[in-house]
Design a protein around this ligand. Structure first.
Ligand SMILES: [Zn+2]
Length: 109
């Protein structure tokens, strides 16, 4: 398993454990990753193509944000979560200097 996969993430001030669960996506129609907000953990199928895994984790991160900010369950639809995750992920991936710039501004305040 690649060393650089994150084992913990901070989302809106809360830490979430990132836990590999071999066989999570068996049978194949199961999700590649799931989030348990009350336990503050994301489980993922580790035997995935790295790019597929990144997108699956990003999807779950958007779910965390959605659930932390909304009072209702499923305030935004699964389709909307997929779109938001895809947009944010592609922006970050295509603009590595964006994150650097954002962090640099924070440091200088
Ligand atoms: Zn989802």
């Amino acid at each position: 398993m690649p060393e650089y996969r994150p084992k913990r993430l901070r989302v809106l001030g809360q830490y979430y454990s990132i836990i590999p669960v071999p066989g999570l996506s068996d049978p194949p129609e199961q999700a590649l990753a799931t989030v348990e907000c009350s336990e503050r953990r994301i489980k993922y199928e580790p035997n995935l193509d790295e790019e597929v895994l990144k997108e699956a984790l990003f999807h779950e991160i958007i779910h965390i944000g959605e659930r932390m900010l909304s009072l209702e369950e499923d305030y935004i639809t699964e389709d909307q979560v997929m779109k938001i995750a895809g947009i944010v992920f592609s922006i970050l991936r295509d603009n590595p200097t964006l994150t650097t710039w954002i962090l640099k501004e924070e440091e200088e305040e």
